[in-house]
Write a protein that binds this ligand. Structure first.
Ligand SMILES: Cc1cc2nc3c(=O)[nH]c(=O)nc-3n(C[C@H](O)[C@H](O)[C@H](O)COP(=O)(O)O)c2cc1C
Length: 231
């Protein structure tokens, strides 16, 4: 399938057939998911493939028992943790050094990443960050965030969502079908997977083969001119 075909073929499937979608294809799609662009390449995402039947049953319940979850061959929980930059910082510093990246990039990973992605316990550094951005912004364009730990979490969620899109497009190109879901009880999902409090559950993605009446109908979108603004 070429790219346009994949994009047009992908739909949110609410009913999957009984035939199990092959695991090796899920692995392939996960490999492609983690190639998604992400903020500063700090890769603050995780993919939890819930296979154990008892756990999967509980996850379906946490997904409000919606049919997209109930009938799926596989369920992948995608999470984002604003604090997970810590695990990638050192490997990234080593990597930018190894590839002889410009000095400014090396300094960015050594010095700026720990400041950008950390607002301290109870956001203690947030007021200082906000004032710095505000004053600097009076004189030149500057990024106004992230300021609080919540903002940092939002950055992580954005990147994880891009990985979700890579994943669903990959599954589509491999002949499968998916449904991204935010209809779940985050507290229950987090406790099921023993996730820490800084982790956000971005989406649960169901995977399978499209069943009969898998969609509600043809794809609906607002007109192009209404949502695309050209200046
Ligand atoms: C962040 C997000 C959350 C979603 N949550 C659900 C969900 O919980 N249950 C569901 O059936 N569909 C869910 N969807 C699918 C959307 O309803 C679907 O993408 C939209 O209706 C457009 O249909 P299409 O994907 O077939 O083009 C979600 C999609 C996204 C991107």
């Amino acid at each position: 399938m070429d790219f346009e075909e994949v994009v047009r073929k992908r739909r949110s499937i609410r009913k999957f057939r009984d035939e199990i979608f092959p695991e090796d294809k899920v692995v392939k799609a996960l490999e492609l998911a983690i190639l998604a662009p992400n903020s500063s390449n700090v890769q603050t995402w995780d993919f939890h493939w819930v296979k154990a039947p008892e756990k999967k049953k509980k996850l379906v319940e946490a997904c409000l028992s919606q049919s997209a979850a109930r009938t799926a061959s596989h369920l992948i929980v995608v999470t984002a943790d604003g604090k997970a930059w810590r695990r990638s910082q050192k490997p990234l510093v080593n990597w930018v050094r190894a590839v002889n990246a410009p000095k400014i990039v090396i300094q960015y990973y050594e010095k700026l990443v720990p400041v950008t992605y950390n607002s301290g316990f109870l956001n203690i550094f947030a007021p200082l960050k906000w004032i710095t951005f505000f004053i600097t912004g009076l004189f030149r364009p500057i990024m106004r965030g992230p300021v609080t730990n919540r903002d940092i979490s939002e950055v992580a969620v954005k990147s994880a969502a891009l990985a979700c899109e890579n994943f669903v497009l990959a599954i589509t190109s491999l002949g499968g079908a998916t449904c991204m879901m935010e209809g779940f009880d985050e507290k229950r999902v987090k406790s099921l997977l023993n996730l820490n409090c800084s982790t956000r559950v971005v989406m649960v993605i169901s995977v399978g083969y499209e069943g009969e009446r898998g969609t509600w109908g043809p794809q609906f979108r607002l007109p192009f001119e209404q949502v695309v603004h050209i200046y």
